[in-house]
Design a protein around this ligand. Structure first.
Ligand SMILES: Nc1ncnc2c1ncn2[C@@H]1O[C@H](COP(=O)(O)OP(=O)(O)OP(=O)(O)O)[C@@H](O)[C@H]1O
Ligand SMILES: [Mg+2]
Length: 279
């Protein structure tokens, strides 16, 4: 469904992408993780036709983004990293404008708006101005807007940033529902537990290059089952073990505090990219 071959992108002196290749089959929920500035948004912008690629090729549902850009664009919906709804318009007006941009007829737009307001539980907000909505509501409208033209692929660039844990989980259930309806999903997030919970496969990007790709489960198994965080000299040192007993036996006497916990995907992120997760 998504095929990327050796894709690169330079912004003057910045090498934002350095030859990324990926194949994501139909219906997969794929997470694309990496530190700030690693090239996630650049990849999404290229695939959705917002930025011209450098070298390499990419296909969405078989359509080349370079030689068939309009058809490629029709295949995908985008929820961008930053909220870009029209604040002075209502929820349904924002959806309607998107439908017009995709040349949907009045009837198609009306039908799609009705279905999506229901689907995203926004019915009572149809006449609310965007500026009157909470952050969680706006994110839901962004997802509804991206689905207006019934894309086969949905790009979600940090769809839950800044949302409280309950609303974030609500968005997760919508994402699962959209995937359940057959849509291929390409997700970026800094909430690593989101990828752990949602994604079938995860790729880690670092400084414009793919460093690893696997299922969340296999990534975590490779680290060990238990993580021991120890506070020493003002810093956290983490070590990994296969059994709880091994971890307990190795707790140092001189530590100021420790926590023994199950390994999670954030440990994988830090070990692969060598950096802390962005706040
Ligand atoms: N329009 C632009 N002009 C110049 N440099 C850019 C532009 N857009 C992105 N970059 C640079 O390209 C690199 C990749 O940026 P990108 O936005 O793709 O990262 P990201 O992985 O999405 O980061 P974040 O997690 O912070 O959203 C960064 O070094 C960034 O500064
Ligand atoms: Mg980004």
């Amino acid at each position: 469904m998504i095929r990327i071959e050796n894709l690169s992108k330079d912004y003057k002196t910045v090498h934002a992408l350095k030859g990324v290749s990926l194949h994501i089959p139909k219906g997969e929920l794929f997470a694309y993780l990496g530190p700030n500035g690693s090239g996630k948004t650049t990849t999404i912008r290229i695939l959705t036709g917002l930025t011209i690629p450098g070298k390499g090729k990419a296909y969405l549902n078989g359509y080349s983004i370079q030689t068939d850009p309009l058809q490629a664009k029709m295949q995908c919906g985008l929820v961008p990293q930053h909220i870009n709804l029209d604040n002075e318009l209502t929820v349904s007006e924002n959806l309607d404008i998107h439908g017009r941009l995709f040349q949907m007829s009045a009837k198609q737009r009306w039908q799609s708006i009705e279905e999506l307001l229901e689907y995203m539980e926004l019915k009572e907000k149809r006449r609310a101005l965007i500026k009157q909505l909470s952050g969680g509501m706006k994110r839901r409208v962004m997802i509804a807007r991206a689905l207006m033209h019934r894309p086969k692929i949905l790009f979600l660039d940090e769809p839950t940033v800044g949302l409280d844990p309950a609303i974030r989980r609500k968005i997760w259930s919508f994402i699962k529902k959209i995937q359940g309806d057959g849509t291929t999903i390409f997700l970026t997030t800094h909430y690593i537990e989101e990828a752990e919970f949602l994604a079938e496969r995860v790729a880690f990007l670092d400084e414009g290059q793919l460093v690893a790709l696997d299922t969340p489960q296999r990534f975590m198994e490779k680290m060990g089952k238990w993580a021991l965080d120890e506070m020493k000299d003002g810093q956290i040192h983490t070590r990994y073990f296969n059994t709880r007993q091994e971890a307990q036996n190795s707790i140092h006497d001189q530590v100021n505090g420790f926590s023994l916990r199950r390994v999670n995907l954030e440990d994988v992120f830090i070990s692969l990219t060598g950096k802390k997760v962005a706040p």
